[in-house]
Design a protein around this ligand. Structure first.
Ligand code: 26Q
Length: 753
């Protein structure tokens, strides 16, 4: 594709390129790419994959689309001649707000890889007008604001396609929107297909809060992702939303299969459905309903067909995240779906006499059970995670259906997570390895440069460049000044107790005392947190408050502030991640072993040359195997031991708390002068939770964590050795290309190619 921006500027705005604002240039580029993409043919194949997900955390699209079309350099150079900086133009794009965390970002990486591999597969989800929420800090606390992102023209294309979605007592009409998904260096495309509610009313949402009328179902279904479920109406709304999503998806799947020649008896030859965690599980009864009620198929045949075309990915080991909906709620939303689920439950009970695997238990529908019995594939997202599913969490299911289970270790797209976000490191690698790795992901050739001083030096320069861009970002976005030569130590992810941001906070209290006591670090340390906490998750909000308050406390202490800085990034999202991850020296992956299914930021940090400080959890285990013990820092209670402690209720948090070195740190939270700086109720509640419950065993691993962190900072000062560690991490990151992951899904589950 060749373009003439000067001509486009005249045609669109009637002005020469030089007179356009950055915002106008952004609009111009978006419309050029959008119009070009609209003309591209779809990836073809008899069978299509439908990747069903409540979340697609796609991030901004301009940069990666320009890269994938192979016109990034051309555009940058034409803009430069007219005095425009493409990097500034990129900043004008609003980030779509269609996801929450890892599962949503994974779906976005998968879309990129499917398109890059030329596999015919689309994402299907919902077009949330206000996304999850926009995070703002007020008084050191998170406030949640609506994250409206739809004002501008953007990437969405309205399609002439609607479906009727029948609920129990009324029905609604949907409307399909499309975002084209371009693969790297391809002339064909896939799509992200987002259903909206015709008649959705943005006016239900005030400017300054995410509260809205949860009962206005004909107007609110696509306003928010994961609307507050702390009350009955909220929980019911989520079921309505899920059914709206899967009914549209199922109707789309059947219509398209028929359009391509299916008589529906052979539907499984035309479509395969991947359900991303349990949120889209109701697609199973919905497909059965449509086949039976609208297409006169025999119930058993419909069940068998659907069972041969739906595959399930599990992303979590936390019991509380496993979805269970009261049958009564499903019955309110759709009596017919409740009926199908009851029929499936009966059928399953007739086959297996173990009540523990039943779909309906005490009037509650276990969505994961439904997905496992009535899907043909179940996968975990990292080796350890899959093992835990098979050996403990889903052991009975694994015994019933060993052939359904497999592992698909997660991955990340290199187009976004290095080529787009880290141009200097990208050209360093291109210089050493050529450009093949852009499509193969193979960076192992870099291992030959371990002892090459020029390469190590160039790596250091690439990191410095990324740090500079991150400093500019933090200064502009929240007025924070990060010292130039600081070590950058980063923990970015949703706030959750199992991820143990609180353990890093306790380390920071330790470090504060250590510096107070005169142990001055050889260079400043900047610890950066970022992430949102679910609005109804009080302790996670308390942890955010602790981090912010600690940041202020340290900043206000002249004995410590020159050496230690704590930054809490406001509204952490994909765009922020693209600034922070390339700049990081240390990647914090410190979840309680056995609790993090995989993690994917661990892979992004590794690819960008950060060294991982981690527990042996999720994909950290695979990172550790790849880089070897000299190039990673591991600590903490093992996954097997954690499982034993839970099983035998053998963890004693109070005993840990009363160790003198630990009590001092935890009690810092309730020092009167610290509480005066923050919110007493939040700090007391968090203190008491840590001292008495500590469900995720932060105090158990704390002492070892402190020791290892001190070793990490000391090792950083041996620059040659550190840079070699960084190099080995980059060199081994190819294992985590999502192209590899998607090739495995296709080979083992989808069979598209
Ligand atoms: C639960 C109950 C009711 C309604 C919603 C939910 C819910 C919502 C979101 C349950 C789970 C999620 C999100 C899960 C998630 O993001 N999991 C992450 O998935 C990543 C990709 O596989 C992994 O790398 C992470 O380890 C995992 O935490």
């Amino acid at each position: 594709m060749t373009i003439d921006l000067e001509k486009s500027a005249q045609d669109t705005f009637g002005k020469p390129l030089v007179q356009l604002t950055d915002g106008e240039v952004c609009q111009l580029l978006e419309s050029l790419v959008r119009d070009h993409a609209a003309q591209m043919p779809l990836n073809q194949g008899k069978k299509r994959l439908y990747y069903l997900s409540a979340e697609f955390l796609i991030g901004r699209l301009l940069t990666t689309n320009l890269i994938n079309l192979g016109i990034y350099d051309q555009v940058r150079d034409q803009l430069a001649i007219a005095g425009h900086d493409l990097a500034r133009v990129e900043e004008c794009e609003v980030e779509p707000s269609l996801g929450n965390g890892g599962l949503g970002r994974l779906a976005a990486c998968f879309l990129d890889s499917m398109a890059t591999l030329g596999l015919p597969g689309d994402g299907v989800g919902l077009n949330y007008h206000f996304g999850l929420f926009h995070q703002r800090f007020v008084d050191g606390q998170q406030t949640a604001l609506p994250d409206g992102w739809l004002d501008q023209e953007g990437w969405l294309r309205k399609e002439p396609l609607s479906f009727k979605v029948p609920f129990g007592s009324f029905s609604v009409t949907s409307r399909l929107y499309t975002i084209d998904v371009l693969g790297f260096d391809r002339t064909t495309k896939n799509r992200l297909r987002l259903f909206d509610l015709e008649g959705v009313d943005d006016g239900l949402v005030p400017n300054d809060s995410i509260d809205f009328d949860k009962e206005a179902l004909t107007k609110n279904l696509t306003l928010f992702l994961y609307p507050d479920d702390s009350d009955e109406e909220g929980r019911l709304l989520r079921v309505y939303q899920q059914y709206f999503m899967v009914s549209n998806a199922a109707q789309l799947i059947l219509a398209e299969a028929q359009g391509r020649g299916s008589d529906l008896h052979d539907l499984a030859d035309y479509a395969v459905v991947q359900i991303n965690d349990t949120h889209p599980t109701m697609v199973i009864p919905e497909l059965i309903r449509l086949l039976v009620d609208d297409h006169d198929m025999d119930f058993q045949e419909a069940v068998d067909i659907v069972r041969s075309m739906v595959a399930f990915t599990n992303h979590t080991i936390l019991a509380e995240a496993l979805e269970k909906w009261p049958l009564d709620s499903i019955n309110k939303v759709s009596p017919r779906i409740a009926q199908v689920i009851q029929d499936l439950d009966q059928q399953e009970r007739a086959e297996h006499d173990d009540p523990a695997v039943a779909i309906i238990q005490d009037g509650v529908v276990h969505m994961a059970h439904l997905a496992i019995h009535y899907g043909f594939s179940v996968n975990g997202v990292a080796e350890l995670h899959t093992q835990i599913l098979e050996k403990s969490e889903l052991k009975t299911f694994y015994q019933l259906y060993p052939q359904k289970f497999s592992n698909k270790t997660n991955g990340i797209t290199f187009r976004r997570w290095i080529m787009a976000c880290n141009p200097v490191l990208t050209s360093l690698l291109d210089g050493r390895l050529g450009a093949d790795w852009h499509r193969t992901g193979d960076l192992t050739g870099l291992m030959d440069y371990q002892d090459d001083e020029a390469t190590l030096l160039a790596l250091a320069e690439a990191k410095d460049d990324a740090k500079k861009r991150m400093r500019d970002f933090l200064r502009q976005s929240q007025g924070v000044i990060v010292p130039e030569n600081a070590i950058i130590d980063v923990q970015v992810k949703r706030f959750h107790e199992y991820k143990r941001q609180q353990m890093l906070a306790l380390y920071l209290i330790w470090k504060y005392w250590d510096i107070k006591n005169g142990n001055i670090p050889p260079r400043p340390i900047t610890v950066i947190f970022g992430g949102k906490a679910a609005p109804a998750y009080t302790i996670a909000q308390d942890i955010i408050h602790l981090v912010i308050t600690l940041g202020t406390w340290i900043a206000e202490d002249p004995d410590v502030s020159p050496y230690l800085q704590v930054v809490m990034v406001e509204n952490y999202n994909v765009s922020a991640a693209e600034r922070l991850i390339p700049a990081a020296d240390i990647s914090e992956q410190i979840s309680l072993a056995s609790k993090e299914a995989s993690g994917t930021s661990n892979m992004k940090f590794m690819l960008n040359g950060a060294v991982t400080l981690c527990t042996l959890d999720g994909a950290n285990v695979e990172i550790a195997d790849l880089v070897g013990p000299d190039n990673i820092y591991t600590f903490g209670t093992s996954s097997a031991e954690v499982e034993r402690l839970y099983r035998e209720s053998a963890y004693d948090p109070k005993a840990c708390y009363h160790k003198p070195g630990i009590k001092l740190l935890v009690d810092f939270l309730t020092r009167p002068d610290f509480m005066a700086l923050g919110k007493e109720d939040r700090l007391r509640r968090l203190h008491d939770d840590m001292a008495n419950k500590d469900w995720f065993m932060a105090l158990l691993d704390l002492e070892e964590y402190i020791q290892v962190k001190e070793r990490v900072y000391a090792d950083y000062e041996d620059r040659g050795t550190w840079l070699r560690k960084s190099l080995v991490n980059i060199a081994q990151a190819g294992a985590f290309s999502s192209d590899r992951t998607i090739a495995q899904y296709d080979q083992d589950i989808w069979h598209l190619s």
